[in-house]
Design a protein around this ligand. Structure first.
Ligand SMILES: [Zn+2]
Length: 300
């Protein structure tokens, strides 16, 4: 256990630079309590995406399909999850011309800072909040699967419904939650998040690409589709970092759309900036930067 505030953890960070070579920043001291869990002594391959100069973000990590994928599908458990984990990254992709779609699995009916909100009313509010946040980031569509909030399980039916959306959207890249518990960020590992991540991964491989899985999808004209790459949010083993410095204000704007979830908007902004700053430090980005972290999985 490391006491928060003590600068004690030594890791080696390797940052890919724009010409594809690696710049070894070596033996960096990372503040304990940084928002990314790093195994002690591990070597972390950090990828910088974007620059401080306003240039469009670029990704220098094989085997990503492209720096700005044509289509991205984000699958999360709750309204607001994507905005906490990946709003800056999503904003960078839409700015570069990517088409981004969201699939929100639960109805969000178990989350509010107010007491006594009628369940149907809360569902409507949370959907409207997520649509507004999506619009803020230039996201083209939001699909709500409507599963009950707080009791999500990885069922064959859920795998089919996520596979259905994958076959409809046909994304180059899926972003979802890590099915693996992050012991350093226990609140990122809500049981619904773990289930949503597992179901999304099982839909990516093998269901969506297997013509014999969920035959009713094929019967409905939805051809099998192979997603090449998955980006996991809140992973205990992040290996890819996105510089979201230019998009931090947009991320906070998207988050503040979720009014039903916010008790103190000012405090939320401070917290999100603190997290982004800590993640940027782990990635070896310059002071004043913000970042989001992912574990990228090649699914071919
Ligand atoms: Zn959540």
């Amino acid at each position: 256990m490391i006491t928060a505030g003590i600068f004690a953890t030594i890791i080696t960070v390797v940052v890919d630079v724009s010409d594809g070579s690696s710049l070894n920043l070596a033996e960096r001291t990372v503040p304990a309590g940084a928002q990314v869990g790093i195994p002690l002594g591990s070597q972390l391959r950090a990828t910088t995406v974007g620059t401080m100069t306003g240039k469009s973000p670029t990704i220098n990590r094989a085997p990503t399909v492209s720096s700005a994928p044509g289509k991205v599908l984000v699958v999360t458990a709750h309204p607001d999850d994507v905005d906490f984990g990946a709003a800056g990254t999503v904003a960078s992709w839409t700015k570069d011309g990517s088409e981004v779609a969201y699939c929100i699995i639960t109805d969000g009916a178990a989350g509010s800072v107010e007491r006594g909100v009628a369940v149907g009313e809360l569902q409507r509010r949370r959907q409207a909040e997520q649509r507004a946040a999506a619009t803020t980031l230039g996201v083209s569509s939001v699909t709500f699967l409507g599963y009950p909030d707080g009791r999500l399980e990885v069922t064959y039916e859920l795998r089919r419904e996520v596979s259905r959306v994958i076959r409809q959207v046909r994304p180059d890249r899926v972003v979802c939650q890590s099915p693996e518990r992050n012991w350093k960020r226990i609140r990122a590992s809500h049981p619904d998040h773990l289930a949503a991540g597992e179901a999304a991964l099982e839909a990516v491989y093998p269901d969506a690409r297997n013509p014999y899985a969920h035959p009713e999808l094929l019967a409905a004209g939805l051809e099998p589709f192979e997603v090449g790459e998955v980006w996991l949010m809140a992973s205990p083993r992040p290996d890819t970092f996105v510089d979201i410095t230019a998009y931090m204000d947009l991320k906070i704007s998207a988050l503040t759309c979720h009014e039903s979830q916010i008790a103190d908007a000012g405090r939320l902004g401070e917290l999100v900036r603190d997290w982004g700053r800590s993640t940027a430090e782990v990635a070896g980005l310059p002071a004043g930067s913000y970042a989001e972290a992912f574990q990228v999985v090649d699914t071919h």
